[in-house]
Design a protein around this ligand. Sequence first.
Ligand code: NAD
Length: 367
Amino acid sequence: MNECIDPFIDDLGPEKVIHIYEPKSKLRAIVVIDNISLGPAIGGCRMACDVTVEEVFRLARAMTLKNALSSLPHGGAKSAIVADPGVENKEALIREFAQAIKTLTDYIPGPDMGTDEGSMAYILDEIGRAVGLPKVLGGIPLDTLGMTGYGVSIAGQIAAADLPLNLEGARMVVQGYGNVGKAAAKYLARLGVKLIAACDSKGGVHNPAGIGVEALTRAKESGVSVSASGLGAPVTLEEMLKIESDIFVPAARPDVFNEANQEVLKTRLVLEGANIPITHSAAKKMHERGILIVPDVIANCGGVITAATEYQHQSEQDAFDRVKTTVTENMQELLRRLVGEGLAPHDIALKMARERIAKAMTYRAHM
Ligand code: NAD
């Protein structure tokens, strides 16, 4: 390792880090194209006030690894528009962002926190390149179908069989009841899992007897926050992390658990719906405490597989089949290697992805 080089830089990337600032509209954005050895990079465009370059880079790297693990012909990237997703001129900002990335043809944006299918439609309209589009534009509506949450539930099913953990009545906490969280809750509830606590950014509810997933989703979709849904006793965001469960699904922000607070989590299985919700060192400690963590790059690849399926003009059913097959195969390899290699799950997932990227790089003459 050359210590003069920024610690973020390694043999994989990042290939490009771009800051965008348009003084007139006050558009501020960050794009990181991490690695394109497998093909043009697909990665979400998020909209948030508190996003940093470091965060975008780490998310881009997660996409490089996830796309490789998903056997997609795509590298990894990520972007962020630094603004409140509730901003009045959101469409204009997104259109301006699209124009700013027009020449970055190695980057294909998709939806992420704070953006949606409509946002991708504006980008497609501006530059002819985006995934995660509305159905009317040939898209496979991945958030409406809950494709990421579907993949999370497949990972949960295989992990539970391995632990073993009986899914019937297993207690689940979902931190971040948004696109990923509510879909994970829906598909896991179909397997018999009981939602006992959920939250959004305003707070949460706890009900040991069980929270109706459909009722909570209906409330959320009618604009009511989780804590105001009346479906359980109100809890703060901090209290949410301490509720004892069998399955914990982080589906909100990065770094929810770090070394300082990881010990509050009392669960048997973590399904990482969000990207990097647990820092590497905290995940290692949890692994040592006997918690099985399914890393983000394996658990939450349903969205990007669907996006790539859409990009290849294939069907909704193809997307469901591909998500199920990919998550199943990766989970089987992860669980096999967990026994054989004596490493924590994130280290094994990283090795699995790096092996695939390294193989792809041997076929590339110009990197
Ligand atoms: P979303 O905006 O639909 O949902 C996020 C939810 O988290 C919201 O309910 C929000 O209120 C809540 N939240 C925000 N800050 C919180 C906090 N501090 N504490 C508790 N809850 C909080 O976003 P999403 O699309 O569901 O994405 C969630 C995460 O999953 C992100 O990390 C995203 O990168 C990742 N992800 C999303 C997809 C996808 O298909 N949408 C795919 C892979 C990974």
